[in-house]
Design a protein around this ligand. Structure first.
Ligand code: AMP
Ligand code: FE
Ligand code: FE
Ligand code: ZN
Length: 285
């Protein structure tokens, strides 16, 4: 089977609508696809609706988190919450808080860029994003539309990365709170791209161990932002901690070059995930 457990739609910072995302997955020959937008379940219903026979849709959310080190250093990380109860009030309230904070922060970054003379406005960004969870890729698209940069990737490198002066941090959820909320809502927490170093600092193995004691069930091993050494390291760590090792493309439509299905999850690992008790089941049949 071809199983891609991490993709984005226009409910967050992907460019395919949820229905298009499902068609893209089917055309790519996937058997299983997870829709995992940032901090929202808004794309789920349309994805289920668009599902063709033979494709299984796994509902999930990519939860924006932070690890606060004992010395106070903050490391951003992403938690995939699979098969979680989307009617859980605590989780929905936290995701709502994150989405609102992303708007404030996006507007602040636009202000910073506009003050430096780049011709973009918050209305450009909201015009592109609509009701979606706003992320830096929306700012990147607005910068492309304004002719400032040729593509979103360049926008990240030159203007949007955390190393740039325009960057504004967002108030993400403490990762241990996020794991507890996810578990309480019957979800299965998996650590997304744990060693994606290009994006910024990553957490040491001890933190993954602590997260495992808190209820983490899996680790993304095969991911486009992790090189061969890091994938090998993540695979070893998953084995040592008896975590499920997943693989995924982290597809974002036209916002990234990675095609859907670029990395996939082994059948046996997917079966381990399905064997765990969860609030929801994948949608298939
Ligand atoms: P934010 O959530 O607003 O902090 O923005 C981070 C998002 O931008 C993540 O979901 C990444 O997938 C995406 N991202 C990071 N680097 C790039 C890049 N070079 N091109 C396009 N998207 C990126
Ligand atoms: Fe994203
Ligand atoms: Fe992520
Ligand atoms: Zn993602």
């Amino acid at each position: 089977m071809r199983i891609d457990l991490h993709t984005h739609s226009s409910a967050s910072d992907g460019t395919d609508t949820p229905a298009q995302l499902i068609r893209t997955a089917a055309q790519a020959g996937l058997d299983v696809v997870a829709i995992t937008d940032h901090d929202t379940t808004d794309g789920w219903a349309a994805a289920f609706e668009a599902r063709p026979p033979g494709l299984t849709v796994v509902p999930g959310v990519e939860f924006s988190c932070v690890y606060v080190a004992p010395e106070g250093r903050r490391i951003s990380l992403h938690l995939l919450a699979y098969l979680v109860d989307d009617t859980n009030a605590d989780l929905q309230a936290e995701w709502q808080r994150l989405r609102t904070a992303r708007r404030t922060r996006g507007e602040q970054m636009v202000d910073n860029l506009a003050a430096a003379g780049y011709p973009i406005s918050w209305a450009d960004v909201t015009g592109l994003a609509g009701d979606a969870t706003i992320g830096r890729p929306h700012l990147g698209r607005a910068l492309v539309a304004a002719g400032v940069v040729p593509d979103v990737d360049t926008a990240f490198r030159e203007l949007l990365s955390s190393r740039q002066p325009y960057y504004v941090r967002k108030p993400d959820t403490d990762v241990f709170d996020a794991i507890a909320l996810t578990v309480a809502a019957g979800g299965l927490p998996v650590f997304a791209h744990p060693l994606a170093r290009r994006r910024g600092p990553v957490v040491p193995d001890e933190v993954v161990e602590q997260m495992t004691r808190a209820g983490l069930v899996g680790l993304e091993v095969d991911h486009p932002d992790q090189d061969a050494d890091d994938r090998a390291h993540a695979a070893r760590l998953a084995r040592d901690l008896e975590l499920i090792g997943t693989g995924s493309s982290d597809y974002h439509g036209a916002n990234k070059r990675t095609p859907i299905g670029a990395c996939t999850t082994d059948d046996a690992q997917y079966e381990r995930l399905l064997a765990l008790p969860a609030a929801r089941r994948p949608v298939s049949g």
